[in-house]
Design a protein around this ligand. Structure first.
Ligand code: 3PG
Length: 306
């Protein structure tokens, strides 16, 4: 019998697990669950006899693949797939997929919440500022970025975006100004909301030179990946500029060092952008359906490796 494993160090909401089970069992497959594991050996053991794997930010390394002798498909229930070793998957002819767009609204809502939190000085009684009339720069205008722009407009913000992979006309059609380049984006905006994936090109790219272009009182909002930030540069800038703020959903590697800049630095204890019941249901159920479609009908839509 085809066996599907859901391996989530940060578990889905129960409703999502129930929904995944229903889809998997209706297809005549078996569901196994490994939640809140702290030892990678538990993951190695759990994947030994599975045909399909659903994960979140869980790292699917070459070692995991090596232990998964029957694995045919791995689906990252979410957008970013930097946690999957695609080379190792391809070498074993394992199909790797993501579920783009399924958790975007949750992440976009958090980005807006982050801005309000920083504008209101971490919800303390100190007089803060309003978002209305401020300019936000959306760095990468994909599923999440577009939703952040839409919600920011509703807050009365002026929206600017930069995305070399999306035609300018498409961005402008949303009533969003297109930045000339990355310097234009960062120097023009009071808030920059990051939505770039972590790739070899983007890692460490948000550096001192770029961030120091942001205007007085500016705030960087990160619901993307910590790897895109040059963390030493961030520490330098926060130390030099008493007006600069950084809020992140992915605690920096030097989190303890940066915490001394609170309330201008804030990190959530665990990445929570996609952690809503709705996002869990959307992404989890999509992952289960994609697995059934692949195993039964060979459908490879959303495959991210070749
Ligand atoms: C994503 O890439 O979809 C988000 O970062 C969500 O990650 P999570 O599933 O680990 O919360």
């Amino acid at each position: 019998m085809t066996k599907v494993l859901v391996a989530t160090e940060k578990p889905f909401a129960k409703a999502a697990v129930d929904g995944i089970r229903e889809i998997v069992e209706k297809a005549g497959f078996e569901l196994a669950l490994l939640e809140k594991y702290t030892d990678v050996n538990d993951l190695y053991k759990a994947v030994e006899d599975v045909d399909a794997l659903i994960v979140r930010s869980d790292k699917v390394t070459k070692e995991v693949i090596d232990h998964a002798k029957n694995l045919k498909i791995v689906v990252r229930a979410g957008a970013g797939f930097d946690n999957l070793d695609l080379e190792a998957c391809t070498a074993r002819k394992i199909v790797a997929m993501n579920t783009p767009g399924q958790n975007s609204n949750a992440v976009a809502e958090l980005a807006i919440g982050f801005m309000v939190f920083m504008a209101r000085t971490n919800f303390t009684p100190v007089a803060g500022t309003e978002l209305k009339g401020k300019r936000i720069g959306i760095h990468a205008y994909g599923n999440v970025g577009r939703l952040v722009g839409e919600k920011a407009k509703a807050m009365g913000m002026e929206v600017m975006a930069l995305d070399p992979f999306i035609p300018a006309e498409k961005i402008e059609a949303d009533g969003v100004k297109v930045a000339k380049d990355v310097n234009d984006l960062y120097s023009s905006c009071d808030y920059v909301s990051l939505h770039v994936p972590a790739t070899e090109q983007t890692k460490n790219s948000i550096n001192y030179e770029l961030l120091s272009k942001m205007p007085k009182g500016a705030c960087l909002v990160n619901t993307a990946r910590k790897e895109v930030i040059n963390e030493a540069d961030m520490a330098k800038l926060l130390a030099e500029r008493e007006d600069f703020k950084y809020i992140t959903d992915i605690a920096a590697t030097n989190d303890e060092e940066l915490k001394k800049f609170a309330p201008r630095y804030f990190s959530t204890p665990k990445k929570m952008g996609a952690q809503t019941k709705e996002a869990n249901l959307n992404a989890g159920l999509a992952a289960a359906r994609q697995i059934v479609d692949f195993i039964k009908n060979g459908v490879t839509k959303f495959q991210v490796n070749r």
